[in-house]
Write a protein that binds this ligand. Structure first.
Ligand SMILES: [Ca+2]
Ligand SMILES: [Ca+2]
Ligand SMILES: [Ca+2]
Ligand SMILES: [Ca+2]
Length: 480
């Protein structure tokens, strides 16, 4: 469990990551001191899986920001499990991961289908990055995978085989188009972080492009509050607003500053086009316009209506921008029905029953009422959580893998279902994703299943037939 936020001074004990061990009866004991290094980053996601296939669970811990030095410097960590004690293996195992940016979400998923779980990470002011798992070493292949150039204010992701071709695709939540910000490759949104007044104080400057000129994004009022010398140079709002950034700040100051860029604010789907030289190739598809009406936070890819095509549910809104900007609350959350080819059709909230007009953040999938249909639980800022029972007609079997001594975690395991009509369906057990929340390890499949082949964390496979549900769930175990 990680903690974070902008209310804390860096390094305070309240930010320390915690590990709670379950005694098998639902009671948790805090084992942080013995088992975890003392990490006090402002965290966003802990994604656990046995990525190195040595029979124990490892954890990627994403770091969101450092209070007082946003947007610079968050340090993410890859924790390796060594005999029940976690050690920081980031530098040894995953070059570039530690300093890779402001992590908002992460998920383990076998993107190139070689049996080794890869790591997908989303960033604020950054791309989605893919770290390919090469026999337990993680290599940043974002560029080769086609992901590196689309820079957004990504909040979240969810993985799954959207187009039924057997490989893992994913969806990302971004800020959308219904704000005062509009980013493109030609006119990116920019953020500079540096010491612009040469007084040892680091400042943030937001910038935008108009007619090829880089202009300040925020007004004179708030900018001169932060940097009083600006008002001496440019006394009126008009003068400030039409001044190129290079005239307001010294070119030296801008050059020395750290530069952040966003060139796409679309929430969308990345479809896996198969491997080239072992690296999966991803292609971006924007989600329909109605989704772009508000920032997307929690996301889930799950079949809700029982046609075995993954559907998409996204929760929305953002009540936390700067005061001068106002709430971004044009959304009520959105369910989209997948057609199994990569297209998603919006289902209007009056038809889906899914209406959340607050500041929705976390979203998880689980079968809350034991009827085998996937339900949703949503967390909101300053409000009670919302829970939605699925009352659609879909008839599902709920599958769960049984951990055993050899495989204490089933996160990221792949299940290939052979249906009674001989068609195939590939599902992964979720291992991270969404936003500040995580789904259960259940897999929901509709219709008659002939057999299912499980790929376990150690890479071995087992095939199961004559499946019998017990108390609404089919539990599959690895034969040891
Ligand atoms: Ca391990
Ligand atoms: Ca892989
Ligand atoms: Ca696919
Ligand atoms: Ca569906």
């Amino acid at each position: 469990m990680v903690s974070g936020g902008v209310e804390f001074e860096p390094g305070v004990i309240a930010l320390r990551d915690r590990l709670y061990l379950n005694d098998g009866f639902g009671s948790f004991e805090n084992a942080s001191l013995e088992m975890l290094p003392d990490l006090r980053n402002s965290g966003s996601q802990a994604a656990a899986a046995d990525f190195d296939r040595d029979g124990d669970v490892d954890v990627f811990v994403g770091s969101r920001l450092v209070v007082g030095s946003y947007p610079a410097g968050p340090q993410s960590t890859l924790l390796l499990n060594e005999g029940g004690k976690f050690i920081d293996g980031t530098e040894k195992i995953a070059a570039g991961l530690q300093d890779s940016g402001m992590v908002t979400a992460a998920a383990w998923s076998d993107a190139n289908d070689d049996g080794w779980l890869d790591l997908l990470v989303t960033y604020d002011w950054g791309p989605v990055r893919l770290f390919l798992n090469e026999n337990g070493q993680l290599r940043d292949v974002s560029d080769a995978a086609g992901l590196a150039e689309r820079l957004g204010w990504h909040n979240s992701l969810a993985t799954g085989d959207i187009d039924h071709d057997g490989d893992m695709d994913f969806v990302v939540g971004n800020f959308g188009l219904n704000t005062k910000y509009y980013a493109s490759t030609e006119k990116p949104e920019l953020l500079f972080y540096g010491d612009f007044e040469n007084n040892g104080q680091m400042q943030i400057v937001e910038a935008k492009y108009e007619n090829g000129v880089c202009l300040p994004r925020r007004g004179l009022g708030c900018t001169s509050n932060a940097m009083p010398s600006i008002r001496e140079k440019l006394p009126t709002y008009h003068e400030f607003a039409i001044s190129p950034l290079m005239d307001i700040y010294t070119p030296d100051g801008l050059d020395a500053a750290q530069r952040f860029e966003a060139n796409s604010l679309y929430s969308g789907v990345w479809i896996n086009q198969g491997n080239k030289d072992g690296v999966p190739q991803f292609e971006f598809h924007k989600l329909p316009r109605v989704v772009q009406a508000s920032p997307v936070f929690g996301v889930a890819l799950v079949d809700v209506d029982g046609d075995n095509h993954l559907d998409l549910y996204m929760v929305q809104n953002f009540h936390g921008p700067q005061r001068e900007t106002g709430n971004m609350d044009g959304g009520v959350s959105m369910l989209l029905r997948g057609d199994g080819t990569g297209n998603f059709m919006p289902v209007w909230p009056d038809a889906s029953g899914l209406v959340i007009d607050g500041d929705a953040m976390g979203l998880t999938v689980t079968d809350i009422d034991g009827d085998r249909r996937p339900d949703f639980a949503v967390t909101l800022n300053n409000e009670k959580p919302a829970v939605f029972r699925n009352e659609m007609n879909g008839s599902f079997t709920r599958f769960r893998l049984s951990p055993n001594e050899g495989n204490p975690s089933t996160a990221g395991c792949q299940l290939t279902f052979t249906m009674s009509d001989a068609s195939k369906l590939v599902r992964e057990i979720p291992a991270g994703g969404s936003y500040l929340s995580q789904s259960s390890h259940d897999v929901f499949v509709a219709g008659d299943v002939d057999s299912v082949t499980v790929r376990w964390p150690d890479g071995s496979e087992s095939t199961h037939e004559s499946l019998q549900p017990v108390d609404s769930v089919v539990i599959l175990s690895q034969e040891m």
